[in-house]
Ligand binder design. Sequence first.
Ligand code: ASP
Length: 280
Amino acid sequence: MKIIIHGGFFSESDQSHEVKTAKQNSLKEIAEKAFQYLQTHSAFDTVAYAVSLLEDDPLYNAGIGSQIQSDGVIRMSAAIMNGETQKLSGVINIQNVKNPVFVAKDLIDEDDRVLGGNGAKKYATEHGFENFSTEIPQRRKEYEAKLNNGGKGTVGCVAIDKNGKLAVATSTGGKGFEIPGRISDSATVAGNYANEFCAVSCTGVGEDIVSNATAAKIVTRVTDGMSLETAFGKTFAELKAIDGFAGAIGIDRNGNVYHQDSYPTMVFASFDGEFFEVFS
Ligand code: ASP
């Protein structure tokens, strides 16, 4: 059993020592809680749980604390993928729900598994998700000051459970100040992908992640026999060639855990019950 989580990147405006320490402590705490949960739950249930804890923490740009788009509205996206069944479900540009990842999870048993905008919100309401504003005053202040801190606080989790099953979930408030209607990478196979061999979650500039097909490429390479580390290395070399800004976390079916970023400021933590690795 192993778990790795990310909380996006440090952006220029939150490089302070306090924010860094707060993120280190919060990631460590969430990784530990999620690992406890993994003792008695599947990887699939655990990644949703871990991402919901990250969504609930206003330090990150997902759920509570999400970025505001150019028209003053928050629209969030999230996806989950079960490596065993190879099913992905997700919501794109959903408004006013506390935990987009749980709406994504509820969709896994539907025939129509990725919903956008009003349809996603309608589905959430019909499935008992209350109206909830995820706006925090700091984001409104940044928005009003036309301060785009560049998003880069997407959250994600990859887990392998005691049966060797893999799963991944990813959730984002987007880049901030985006044109309404923009679709981020998080609820696509470029940002969030898993099968029985490997699972990967990405953060960074969604357009770069999609252009490079990042998560799907890493997983496919591992499926075809490449080691996790080599698959990350090759995929990030390709990302670098297009000057892409991204980071990713992954686990393979042998329990190898890996992370890489094209700008070394990704915020992450991993835990295997004994050993913590936290970004520094
Ligand atoms: N990938 C997200 C997006 O482009 C942003 C992020 O990772 O912070 O919407």
